[in-house]
Design a protein around this ligand. Structure first.
Ligand SMILES: [Zn+2]
Length: 411
C-alpha cells in the first residue's frame, strides 16, 4: 500500500490523497502544538497552542484545541508533553536519477570549485538505468525523507534530457508526488553543446508535450553555463501555455536575471537566491506571491557563501526552506538539517526556519492543504522527541522525529 497520491495535478486542481486513515484518532497531551494558523494561538505565524490536542478524522485535521476539552476518539496517541508540528514541505528536490557523485564531492572538499558540470555525469547514468532502478531510488529517498518528517515533497525531472527520458522521469515521479516538475532545461546535454537553440526548441516542442501530462510545474536552471534569460523566458512561457506553473533555479552561482524573470512571469517560487541585488529583493518584496526558496544544503555541500536570509525576511519576502536533494550539490533529504543551517549560518530565528520549512514550502507549492494544522487540512504531522520546536536547531544532527503521521496514518 502506498500512502502517497499518484495523480499529478495542475495548479488550482486540489486532489485528495488516495489513501487516508479511517475512523478517528486523537493526538493528545501535546506540550507545544505548532499550527501555522496565524490568527490562532501565540508565537505569531506559528500559531502555537500549549497543552493541546488534535483530532484526526478520515485523514484530515478535524479539531484543534486544549487537551482538557478534547473530544473522544477511536484511537489515541499520547505525545507525552512533546512538541507537534506540521510535516515538513520540501518544495525542491531532484530524486529521479541513478548513481552518485561521492568522488566529485571529495574532490570539491579537496579544493575543486563547483560549476554544475557534474550534472552531465548523472544524466549519463540516468539514461542507462532501467525504470526499476529509477523507481527504487525515488522510493528510497522518499522513505528517507518521510522518516525525517517530510510529508510533502516536490520531485523534478532533469537528468534525462531526451524526450523519452524526461517523460519517463516524470511518469515515475508522479507515482510518488502530486508536485512534479518538468526540468528539461536543467543543462544543455552534451550532444547539443554547440546548438543550444535547437535544444531549447526541442524542450518547448516534443519534450514538453511528452512531459506535461505528468507534470504540475515547469522549471529552468537560469544561470551562466546553463540557460540564459532569453532561453529561460521562452521555455517557461511554453510551459505556462501548456498549463504548468512556473518555478526558477535562480541566482545560485552568481548574480543574474533569474529572480527578476521569475517575478515577471508570476513564478510560485524562485529557488537558491544566493546572490541577490537590492533590486532583486525589492522585486520579491513587492510580489508576495513569488516565494524565495533557500537551499542551504547546496551551499553547505559546495562550500559556498550562504544566501542572505535575514535581508529577505526583514524586507518582508516570503521565504521557504528546502533540501535541493540531488546527487551532486546537496545530497541530503533532511529538512531538520536545513533548519539548523538556516538558523546557524543564515541568521534565521528557529521560529522563522520552522515556519519556512512547513508553511513557507506550502506557499512555494501554492498549497493550502499542507504545512498547516487547522480543521480541513491534511493530517500530516510530526511528533518531536523534544518539548519545543527550538530543539530542531538547538540539537543539530540528532534524530528528533519520534513519529510521523501522513494523511492521518502513523508511519
Ligand atoms: Zn535544484
Amino acid at each position: 500500500m502506498d500512502l502517497w497520491p499518484t495523480r499529478p495535478v495542475r495548479p488550482g486542481d486540489r486532489a485528495r490523497p488516495t489513501v487516508r486513515s479511517s475512523g478517528s484518532l486523537l493526538v493528545d497531551n501535546i506540550g507545544e502544538l505548532i499550527t501555522n494558523a496565524f490568527d490562532e494561538g501565540e508565537g505569531g505565524p506559528l500559531g502555537i497552542h500549549r497543552d493541546a490536542a488534535l483530532l484526526v478524522e478520515d485523514g484530515l485535521v478535524a479539531w484543534v484545541g486544549p487537551a482538557r476539552g478534547a473530544p473522544a476518539a477511536d484511537r489515541r496517541i499520547d505525545a507525552g508533553g512533546a512538541a507537534v508540528l506540521p510535516g515538513f514541505v520540501d518544495s525542491h528536490a531532484h530524486l529521479v536519477f541513478a548513481g552518485d557523485r561521492a568522488a566529485e564531492f571529495a574532490a570539491r572538499m579537496a579544493g575543486e570549485p563547483y560549476t554544475g558540470g557534474g550534472i552531465r555525469t548523472t544524466v549519463g547514468a540516468t539514461r542507462a538505468a532501467p525504470d526499476s532502478d529509477l523507481r527504487d531510488n525515488v522510493r528510497r529517498l522518499r522513505d528517507e525523507a518521510l522518516r525525517q518528517g517530510t510529508t510533502t515533497i516536490e520531485i523534478k525531472s532533469g537528468y534525462g534530457l531526451t524526450v523519452a527520458d524526461e517523460a519517463r522521469s516524470l511518469r515515475i515521479a508522479a507515482e510518488f508526488s502530486e508536485d512534479t516538475t518538468f526540468l528539461g532545461a536543467h543543462v544543455v546535454p552534451a550532444e547539443y553543446a554547440d546548438r543550444p537553440d535547437d535544444y531549447v526548441g526541442m524542450v518547448c516542442g516534443p519534450m514538453l508535450a511528452a512531459a506535461a501530462p505528468y507534470a504540475r510545474w515547469i522549471d529552468v536552471f537560469c544561470e551562466r553555463g546553463a540557460f540564459d534569460v532569453d532561453h529561460a523566458r521562452a521555455i517557461l512561457a511554453c510551459g505556462q501555455a501548456a498549463g504548468l506553473g512556473v518555478r526558477v533555479h535562480a541566482n545560485q552561482l552568481g548574480p543574474g536575471p533569474g529572480v527578476q524573470l521569475g517575478v515577471e512571469l508570476g513564478a510560485a517560487s524562485v529557488d537558491h537566491c544566493t546572490h541577490l541585488s537590492d533590486a532583486d529583493i525589492d522585486a520579491l518584496a513587492s510580489h508576495p506571491s513569488t516565494v524565495a526558496t533557500l537551499l542551504p544544503g547546496a551551499e553547505f555541500s559546495t562550500r559556498s557563501p550562504y544566501p542572505h536570509a535575514r535581508r529577505l525576511v526583514d524586507a518582508g519576502v516570503t521565504v521557504a526552506l528546502a533540501t535541493d536533494c540531488n546527487p551532486g550539490s546537496s545530497y541530503t533529504s533532511s529538512m531538520p538539517f536545513c533548519i539548523a543551517l538556516a538558523v546557524r549560518e543564515m541568521r534565521m530565528t528557529p521560529a522563522e526556519a520552522v515556519w519556512s520549512a512547513t508553511a513557507g514550502g506550502a506557499l512555494a507549492l501554492r498549497r493550502d492543504d499542507v504545512g498547516v494544522l487547522r480543521p480541513g487540512a491534511r493530517a500530516d504531522l510530526i511528533v518531536l522527541d523534544a518539548p519545543t520546536h527550538l530543539h530542531l536547531a538547538y540539537r543539530p544532527g540528532v534524530p528528533l522525529i519520534r513519529q510521523v503521521l501522513h494523511n492521518g496514518v502513523p508511519r
